[in-house]
Design a protein around this ligand. Structure first.
Ligand code: ATP
Length: 628
């Protein structure tokens, strides 16, 4: 069949152009990583072919030996990376190369500062893959053919990286992909056999496929034979004592598409009822799309060293979605389908075993390397906080890993564990107290803390969005109830001294006529008005019932367009406060009504809630100021 070349010129998606520009500058001093990235892609393509060929042997086209070949031409100043993997058809090239389909990319790019050092870190969160070729090349040609398709379906993609690319159809007998880099002047160091071997051993030794280079004679001429340069055995299959930290690091960068070393890892071989090996890593930094529920997952499933799929959903719970690595099963059938994955005893076993390993790794880090744990918490703490709701079986273990800000230091840094808190509790205290708010400042300045401060009782200050969700599911720790200081009745029980109880009773007695008047004035807005035991400096505060959602959360949900049932709060007033005492003396009922409304409104504002009638609030405030 003749080939119609069908040549077209396309523009890069804006995001790609931005990314290329950034990457070329940010990674200039670490140029050599382009080879790792392209070899990684080639290895992935071979893995995919091996998997697809399990159900369709014809895809191998009679050539089942998979390899990645690296070749350079000093005269033409080109370097090529060739694989005989799955390859791509025209649509796939258009969808994958020159386009970035990952959602959140645009938002990610707006975070760039223009400061190359800072941006270099950001690019690490993103992963540059194929585009890294442009760090060293001023022209890149990718020629490919999808396995199983006729030779006439070859595709060539060419670009100089300046905003456009050309794509054409051509004849290609060889399946798989070849990337040819036309090296820039300052990248000619990569036209050197030893330099290339050194990079391959450094970055790609652990890849299970052979990476080959042509054998050369004494004069440096190619001899027409290939020589495998890497060790070509899957890293996780080797014994732990035989693997250096550096090799673990490099393998991580390959599986996770990361530029930085991992924070920690756990490598295990499980034997017995079920046999598998897991090598799981905790990254150092959160990827830019950690909060994107649609994002790619990070655990690669292998069966007897054959890559099956990348699917953490079944292998890792969502609250551990930051974990990267591989799990290689000896028992699963090679032709396992996604459907089987969803309800498989062996998968469940590997999942719960792996979760235990990760939680164990974190517990060990928390105990023995607190600084490293703090780094972990900073990056992934908010994700781990989803754990108690998602994973009841491991709730206690996850709870031990949680860290919070607290009134103990007053700092925003989350470094107090529930164990620390319990150890500091006095013998008369039987609850773990916390407050939730939409910022650390709002939590730590809340009037609800007044009495706790006065009595020296520690309160956890929770201001991450996930915190309300967390405390709805984590209700106890070591037999101690977690209790919100802003919800329900407050009974400090034995923590109140007799003198304090007496003073409170006296103040209440003096102000007792006020309650019915306030209730009457605010009858439409509040559930009840009562005397407070929580306040020392503030005149009033809002109290929700035990199961109500905090006001700021109600606000957030409303903004997100959700229906939130209207809850009427309780207004608590401080009978010892001067303002309350003055109100009692107010005989003008209209003025009393205004005072009461102001009291309620400011208590709502202090709680991060929104006023139903802000204009009324301002009017009353102005009247009051004029009168002052
Ligand atoms: N050698 C190859 N053979 C087949 N497909 C390839 C090859 N190189 C790239 N691709 C396809 O192009 C896609 C994009 O590659 P690219 O390197 O830009 O990103 P990635 O590897 O998916 O992820 P990352 O950006 O994290 O490296 C790949 O997901 C793959 O589908």
């Amino acid at each position: 069949m003749t080939v119609t070349s069908h040549k077209e010129t396309h523009s890069f998606q804006t995001e790609v152009s931005q990314l290329l520009h950034l990457m070329i500058h940010a990674l200039y001093s670490n140029k050599e990583i382009f080879l790792r990235e392209l070899i990684s892609n080639a290895a992935d393509a071979c893995d995919k072919l091996r998997f697809e060929a399990l159900s369709d042997d014809a895809l191998m086209e009679g050539q089942a030996e998979l390899a990645i070949d690296i070749q350079f031409d000093p005269e033409a100043k080109t370097l090529s990376i060739t694989d005989n993997g799955i390859g791509m058809n025209r649509e796939e090239v258009l969808a994958n190369i020159g386009t970035i389909a990952r959602s959140g990319t645009r938002e990610f790019l707006t975070k760039l500062t223009g400061d190359q050092k800072k941006d270099a870190h950001l690019i690490g969160q993103f992963g540059v893959g194929f585009y890294s070729g442009f760090i060293v090349a001023d022209k890149v040609t990718l020629t490919t053919r999808r396995a199983g398709m006729g030779a006439e379906h070859g595709v060539r993609w060419t670009s100089d990286g300046s905003g456009e690319f050309e794509i054409e159809t051509l004849e290609r007998s060889q399946r798989g992909t070849q990337v040819v880099l036309h090296l820039k002047k300052d990248a000619e160091e990569f036209l050197d056999e030893w330099r290339l071997r050194q990079i391959i051993t450094r970055y790609s030794d652990h890849i299970s496929l052979p990476i080959r280079m042509p054998k050369r004679d004494d004069k440096g001429e190619e001899m027409g034979e290939w020589e495998t340069v890497n060790r070509a055995s899957a890293l996780w299959t080797r014994s732990k004592s035989d693997i250096s930290d550096e090799e673990y690091h490099e393998f991580y960068k390959h599986v996770a598409h990361d530029f930085e070393n991992p924070l920690a890892w756990t490598h295990h071989r499980v034997e017995g009822r079920q046999e598998y090996t897991s090598l799981l890593y905790i990254p150092r930094r959160a990827p830019f799309d950690l909060w994107d529920r649609e994002r790619r997952q990070g655990i690669k499933l292998y069966v007897q060293r054959v890559f099956i799929m990348e699917e953490t959903e079944q292998l890792m719970p969502t609250y551990l979605r930051f974990v990267r690595g591989v799990i290689d099963s000896a028992d699963l059938p090679l032709n396992i389908s996604r459907e089987i994955l969803q309800s498989n005893r062996l998968i469940d076993g590997m999942r719960s075993g792996s979760v235990k390993k990760i939680l164990g790794l974190l517990a060990d880090m928390a105990k023995n390397q607190p600084e490293q744990y703090a780094e972990f918490w900073e990056a992934f703490g908010r994700v781990l906080k989803e754990g108690p709701a998602e994973d009841h079986a491991n709730q206690e273990q996850i709870a031990q890993l949680l860290r919070f800000a607290s009134t103990h230091s007053g700092e925003a840094k989350q470094d107090v564990s529930l164990e620390d808190y319990v150890a500091r509790m006095s013998k008369d205290q039987d609850c773990i107290y916390y407050i939730t708010a939409d910022s650390h400042a709002a939590a730590s300045n809340s009037p609800h803390l007044e009495v706790f401060r006065k009595r020296g009782i520690e309160v956890l200050l929770l201001s991450d969005r996930v915190d309300e969700w967390l405390v709805a599911h984590l209700t106890e720790f070591q037999g101690k109830k977690l209790k919100s200081v802003a919800k329900g009745d407050l009974d400090l029980g034995k923590l109140d001294s007799e003198d304090e109880k007496k003073a409170q009773q006296e103040a209440e007695e003096q102000a007792k006529d006020l309650l019915p008047r306030l209730k009457n004035a605010l009858e439409q807005q509040v559930e009840d008005v009562r005397f407070s035991h929580r306040l020392t400096d503030s005149p009033a505060c809002i109290v929700l019932s035990e199961h109500d959602m905090a006001l700021y959360m109600q606000q957030l949900l409303k903004q997100a367009g959700q229906d939130v049932p209207r809850t009427r709060p309780v207004l608590e007033v401080n009978p010892a406060h001067q303002l309350i005492q003055r109100m009692q003396a107010e005989s003008d009922e209209q003025r009393f009504q205004d005072w009461a409304s102001l009291l309620l409104d400011q208590a709502i504002l202090a709680e991060g809630g929104q006023l139903e009638d802000p204009a009324g609030f301002v009017r009353r405030m102005n009247t009051l100021m004029m009168a002052a």
